[in-house]
Structures are given as C-alpha cells and as structure tokens.
Design a protein around this ligand. Sequence first.
Ligand code: AMP
Length: 488
Amino acid sequence: MVTKKKSKIPCLSLSSFLPALEAVTAAVTMPGGGAPPPGTPSSKPKEKQKSKVVVALYPFKAIESGDLSLEKGAEYEVVDDSQEHWWKVKDENGSVGYIPSNYVKEKETIGLQKYEWYVGEMSRQHAESLLKQEDKEGCFVVRNSSTKGMYTLSLYTKVIHPQTKHYHIKQKDTGEYYLSDKHCCASIPELINYHKHNSGGLCSRLKTTPCDRPPATAGLSHDKWEIDPNDLVLHEELGAGQFGVVRRGKLYGTRDAAVKMMKEGTMSEDDFIEEAKVMTKLQHDNLVQLYGVCSKRRPIYIVTEYMCNGSLFNYLRRTSPDQLGPAVLLDMCLQVCKGMAYLERHNYIHRDLAARNCLVGEANVVKVADFGLARYVLDDQYTSSGGTKFPIKWAPPEVLNYTRFSSKSDVWAFGVLMWEVFTCGKVPYGRMKNNDVVEMVQRGQVLERPKGCLIEIYNVMRACWRQSPDERPSFRALKEELSAMLRD
Ligand code: AMP
C-alpha cells in the first residue's frame, strides 16, 4: 500500500509542454523583438507541421465510445498526444478515437520493435523463464544485450535436455551482422530470417516466438475509472486479505482481472475513490495496474490486473531457493526495485512494501501491488506503529519513532523484501516479538545474511538498513546497482 507526498503526480508528458515552448520560441524570434498582436497575418507562409505517425505494436479492442481499435502493424496519425497514457489518433479510414499510448510506437523510431521476436530490454533470467514457460524447441527472442547497442539471441532447445542458449549478434567492420561468421547478413531481420531456415551453427533452427501478450493499459479507457458491474463476471476466489475477499474476474468477456471486494467499514471509501482516479494513471511494467473501481454500490470493488501466480510471499514459500537459483531471485528483486523507482520518481510512497504485497505473473514477472491503499485503512491496529497489525518488521527507526514515511522508508522495507526473497519466504526476525524487534532496530542491529546469499547482495540489503534515511540509496541508484550485478 502506498501514500502520496504532498506534490501531485506529474502526469504530463513532454509533448504537453511543446505548444507552450513553441509559443515562447515564436515570441523570441519575432523581428523587432515582440510578438505580433493577435490576428496579425504572418508574412511568411506557415510551414505545415509534419504529423506524427505511430505503428500499433499490439491489437486493441475499443469498447468504450470514443476509443479506437488498433490492428497490430497498422499505422495511425496522432491527433492529440497531450495526455500521457491515452492518445487520440486517426486510422486510414479517417476514424478518430483514443488508444493506449503504450500500444504504439512512433514510426520513425520503431526500429526492431515491429518484429514479434524483438523484446527490447529483457534480462537474461527473464528471457530464460519466458522461453522455459513456452517449452517449445527453437523458441527464441532477440533482446538488448548488456553491452549498449548490441543484441543477444536467446534460443530454447530440448535436445539432450531443456536449456536456453544465448548468442551475441556480432557485427563486422563492414556493418554486416552474424551469429556464425560463415553467414553474414546486411540487417538483423535478414539474419533472423536466414536462421529460420538454417540452424547454421546454432543449437536449433529459429522456429517460433513466445506468445505476444499486450501490456496492461492505464485504466480501461481514456479518463475512465468507474466500471459498470455488468461488464464484470466474477469467478473463483483467489485469496483474502486486510480488506476482504479477492476474486478472479473477466472484464468485457475478454480481459482477466482481479477484483477486491472491499469489506464495509475497512476503508475511507470516498477518499479512496477520488484517489483511484489518479492511481489508474500510474503505469509501469512492474506495478500491478489499477483498472478502475465499481463504486456505485456496496461493497465497492477495486479492479486490477490479474497475476496468475499470486503473492510473491506464497510463491517463494512454495519454491526452494535452488529451484529458482540466485540469478532469478536477484532478477525478482530488480523487478520490484524498478516498480519502486517509478513510484519514487512520481513522489509516491508505498508504506507497506513487503513480499506479501507483491504479485507474480507468468515467467517470474513480479509486480508491486496495493500502492495507495494504506492511507485509506480505517483500522488503528494497522495504521498506528503501536498497533498489532502494523508492519513493524519492515519499518525503519524513523517510522517506529516518529511515523515518518518517505521513499527512504520504502527503501528500508525493500531491503527486508530482498531478505525475504533470498530466504525464499522466511519470516524476518523469526518468532521475535514486535517490541524486541523495535529494540533491536533501535540498537542498529540488522537481519543476518541469508544462507548462500552472496556478500555483495547482502551489502545492498545493509545499505537499505542504514539508520539515517539520507544515507540509504535511492531506488534509482539501487536499480543501477542490481542491474550491474545481474549482468556480472
Ligand atoms: P490482498 O487483499 O491484496 O492481501 O490479497 C489477498 C490475496 O489475493 C493475495 O495473497 C493473492 O493470493 C490474491 N490476489 C490479490 N490480488 C491479486 C491479483 N491482482 N492477481 C492475483 N491474485 C491476487
């Protein structure tokens, strides 16, 4: 769960400042120094601005009036991109409507992104999990290599035993690309095409790519957060938490969702509903997306992205550290860190970061959940640091002493979360009573190094547990550090 600092989230994209910037430039460059009076015809014929054209990376089905469907690979002219998450575009038939901006890419800069095999920034561990999950001979992706500007082919084979092989795509001085130097091609798509027909030294021919799953959209439509319960079909129970039961649901008959049915009296509902409008606009690959709320009748429902492997805590408990391996565990921490760095950038404080509040999807994807909820909880036992339900074991000294939350108190909690990950779901401080934990933390004692955890990784946890919040690293710095470790 999360709380927000006083400043509002800056939801404006750079493009929303552009008209203002253009006006300023015009004023500055006017001959004579001043801007012409309104209505004065310009002496120069105005240059027609080149329109921005985007290509759809995923299909999108318009459901709300005012939205426009996208066909994968098709081109659209951007009419209005002043909002960050929903752009107004025109299709080839002249129909205009809103589309999710993360489903398209500018044509001029699309590069390899138009190919279904290109996955961009994806860690080696994630590529392995993804291909293992597909479990198909010759399944492959091309991803950015850890060396900037280079690419890596990750290829799954079941010959002898299931494994993923990683090949650097090399480039000659002549500019040609190759995997084995006998077969050079002028471009990466040509090289991929060649190896679709010839293994040419690889462990398999390139046969197939993992299923393309469109990302979550920021809310369900442009400026929409209220969901009609008639558009939602409820299925089995997924679990139960602080606010009540969570069930799997289907939105509009197509999209999986998780539905939190808020037990009455557990939260200040009107305040939360106001906040939900802002929260639907928080969007990151490592945050569980809030789609909207059903708030017109009681109990209210909070509708979010569905994560098929449930809470990170339970996922870790079901698995042994050896099964996942240290690189996958570190990658899971990095994913949480990336989601938290996004919240930090938007001045959002989580307040209750812990493995139980993160969720796991397919191929070991981890996302941070429940941001924003803590501020609306009505239970004193949960909100006051003396309460029995307060997450004391994840709290730094300044929270225990003065209830002073900040992104740096989230960083402390992140250190504890890393410890939970590397112990595969052990309870921090074991059976120690809350009072004893508080005393221990005040004395400056910290959790011990998990068994088998590298000293470098434990040192990152220790940096998160520095007594003074100012001395702890930011999530941004942690992200850099963990990424570098994973590369090495
Ligand atoms: P919570 O109320 O957030 O503590 O959720 C209770 C339980 O419901 C969790 O431990 C999960 O097992 C399940 N759950 C909550 N949200 C989701 C979701 N978005 N997708 C899948 N399972 C969920």
